[in-house]
Design a protein around this ligand. Structure first.
Ligand code: URA
Length: 193
């Protein structure tokens, strides 16, 4: 499937009840040729209203984290979510909703063919890395699957709630930057400290 067909199908999706309460489908944003892909769990209120992932407070923090290591949604990463429509009251997406939606993300991954996929939070890591993934213990570790490097970070919303997690996340970001230098061909930004 090509990008336009995928986007059209996703934007018209009525496979689960989240379509009844959404304002916008939040398909994804960034460089379709990115070597680095980031995956969150699902849109919140601001994302639902604007149709773009990570545009609220957590999104602002995410952009700052990315900037530290030379990454930007405007330049060299692609950002998407496990589910494309907002779960009411920002509850976790239910397993049935995730199952119906995940095909869109798998198609995005197939089209982008990223070198690394960074899972933002427990839900994304549970889907993409391992069902019983423990974010507290396993964030910052690399997992290789089918030639793609996977790592999970604490979700930016968790870092807003608990700033004590930030130093560990900074170390994780440094590890991502080191691996970008090793495995990516056009993402590494020499100008970033
Ligand atoms: N949290 C997510 O997981 N995804 C978004 O797009 C916004 C907030």
């Amino acid at each position: 499937m090509d990008w336009e067909t995928l986007r059209e199908q996703c934007l018209a999706c009525e496979k689960c009840d989240l379509c009844k309460t959404r304002h916008n489908v939040v398909f994804g944003v960034g460089d379709p040729n990115a070597e680095v892909m980031l995956v969150g769990e699902g849109p919140g209120e601001n994302e639902d209203l604007q149709g773009e992932p990570f545009v609220g407070r957590a999104g602002k923090l995410l952009d700052e984290m990315l900037e530290l290591i030379g990454l930007s949604r405007k330049k060299n990463v692609y950002i998407a979510n496990i589910v494309k429509c907002r779960p009411p009251q920002n509850r976790d997406p239910m397993p049935g909703e995730q199952e119906k939606c995940i095909g869109y993300l798998f198609e995005q991954i197939r089209l982008i063919q990223p070198k690394m996929i960074i899972c933002l939070g427990r839900i994304a890591a549970g889907v993409l890395i391992r069902e019983d993934f423990r974010i507290t213990r396993e964030h910052g570790q690399w997992y290789e699957k089918d030639g793609v490097q996977y790592m999970a970070l604490y979700h930016p919303a968790a870092l807003l709630r608990d700033p004590r997690k930030r130093p560990e996340t900074f170390e994780d970001l440094v590890r991502i930057r080191e691996t970008i230098k090793q495995v990516c061909t056009h993402t590494y930004d020499e100008t970033t400290i």
